[in-house]
Design a protein around this ligand. Sequence first.
Ligand code: ADP
Ligand code: MG
Length: 256
Amino acid sequence: MTPLLQVSGISKYYDTRLGCRDVSFDLYPGEVLGIVGESGSGKSTLLNCLAGHQEPDTGKVVFDTRADGPKDTVTMSEPERRMLSRTDWAFVHQNPRDGLRMGVSAGGNVGERLMAVGARHYGNIRAAAIDWLDKVEISQDRTDDRPSQFSGGMQQRLQIARNLVTGPRLIFMDEPTGGLDVSVQARLLDLLRGLVRELGLSAIVVTHDLAVVRLLADRLMVMKDGQVIEKGLTDQVLDDPQHAYTQLLVSSVLQV
Ligand code: ADP
Ligand code: MG
């Protein structure tokens, strides 16, 4: 089987400050990879390099595109990358405001993604939008409300619907439960787990919260100071951490 994503030697510096260094891994279709580590360990930098939001200084990100098979997204043209981010990729931001259009209705937020990939029939677009709102537990009578009228948890669920409606092959998530109250986090996590299982999603989830990866991720990478210090199956890493830092992380001695 061809990996969905083949990452090799990704490094990124901000001037002299290290963002992440020499990160390599493969992700296969249907896999969820969790990236954990304390604040400042380079998780977001790595994710942004993978998703084409930032340009790495070195390395390759070879993605198995629907249209043309495996291609290095670092060296591809900007329009080509933009097209990928509308079709094959999805990106769920920690702050829903970064991933939603706040001035557009909930239904519009979902529907415009379908239009961006060529859907034209208004009735079909609206029906698909309502269907996706239902999947993320937003009732139909909120379809015409704006995200600003929603709670934080609802906004995040809307962002997820907006991102999944086009059937992306790979979903990037940066701290998807990050800014939410604990009870709201649990519900969102439950929903995400249901979607991942039901749809067989491939995803890369960055989080400082081990409960998130415990529930969602098949495999884990632990980052410290910009580098991957441990990786393996999620249960293996969490139940039998090899690296002293991972042991601290798991025993919650580190306040991340
Ligand atoms: P995490 O997501 O794990 O909290 P980041 O990827 O945000 O980590 O940060 C990794 C390192 O890169 C940190 O030392 C951080 O200060 C630095 N960094 C991140 N973004 C920038 C930036 N835009 N300019 C300069 N340094 C940055
Ligand atoms: Mg971050």
